[in-house]
Write a protein that binds this ligand. Structure first.
Ligand SMILES: Nc1ncnc2c1ncn2[C@@H]1O[C@H](COP(=O)(O)OP(=O)(O)O)[C@@H](O)[C@H]1O
Ligand SMILES: [Mg+2]
Length: 248
């Protein structure tokens, strides 16, 4: 079990990444997606990661969530030290502690919304009845009460994204990881979802990390990290600080 250090200002860390490298392929074809990257996220915050396409944002999220292995470095996520863990333990950790919201919603097309949102609870051993009660309540939070029996294929892109968000939050994960969560949403829905995610983050033992290109949602962040070429180059202490620098 890791004991995460506090920052100089006394913030408790949720994520601590040091010197992590990830390479895809070998030899001349090797792509160095992460190059000795350092990165921290605090408990109770919503941190956004921005940066050009291909700079390693999705790869960074994946190594933090334990869905990708890495060659070198250390990653602590809450009380788990990923570099020392067996794959089975990482899977267990992820099941309990991590909620994902992907760009492609990854919903199961052949089962209804209630069943889709129940999945994370069922794999954590909940009974179907309790899982479906919690799933229905979570669908209501994202504005989809009454749609429990519909299939994902009957929903618009924005509605499917809201189902994906309900599924990511239903088991009250400590870490919520979002890869371009609002790209399919209109402005109002995107804002509503970001407010919801921010509420989730405002908990002393949680953290939300969002990768986004969508400048409309930057203002919901507590801090902003800029990635370039496989590394986190800068962290801005507020959206205003980032906006001033970018001349937004
Ligand atoms: N599974 C993979 N196999 C090979 N190369 C990959 C794979 N995933 C990502 N890459 C490469 O790694 C680099 C970083 O990708 P990614 O993390 O997806 O960037 P971003 O999310 O910032 O657009 C890119 O050059 C990409 O082509
Ligand atoms: Mg990406």
């Amino acid at each position: 079990m890791a004991n995460l250090p506090k920052t100089e200002a006394g913030h408790e860390l949720a994520i601590h990444v040091r010197g992590v490298s990830k390479t895809f392929g070998q030899g001349e074809a090797a792509i160095h997606a992460l190059k000795d990257v350092d990165f921290d996220a605090r408990k109770g915050e919503m941190l956004m990661i921005v940066g050009p396409s291909g700079c390693g944002k999705t790869t960074l999220l994946s190594v933090i969530a334990g869905t990708l292995t890495f060659e070198k470095g250390e990653i602590d996520v809450f009380d788990a030290a990923l570099q020392g863990m067996k794959q089975r333990a990482i899977t267990e950790f992820r099941k309990r502690n991590v909620g994902f919201i992907f760009q492609q919603f990854n919903l199961i097309p052949t089962i209804n919304l209630l069943e889709n949102v129940s999945v994370p609870l069922l794999i954590n051993g909940w009974t179907r009845r309790r899982a479906e009660e919690k799933a229905a309540a979570t669908l209501a939070v994202v504005g989809l009460a009454g749609r429990e029996k519909d299939l994902p294929t009957m929903m618009s892109g924005g509605q499917q994204q809201r189902v994906a968000i309900a599924r990511a939050l239903v088991h009250d994960p400590r870490l919520v990881i979002c890869d371009e969560p609002t790209s399919a949403l209109d402005k109002d829905t995107g804002g509503h979802i970001m407010e919801l995610l921010r509420e989730v983050a405002r908990h002393p033992d949680r953290c939300v990390v969002v990768v986004t290109h969508d400048s409309r949602v930057f203002k919901y962040s507590d801090r902003m990290a800029e990635m370039e070429d496989g590394r986190v180059e800068r962290i801005h202490e507020s959206f205003d600080q980032y906006a001033n620098k970018q001349g937004l």
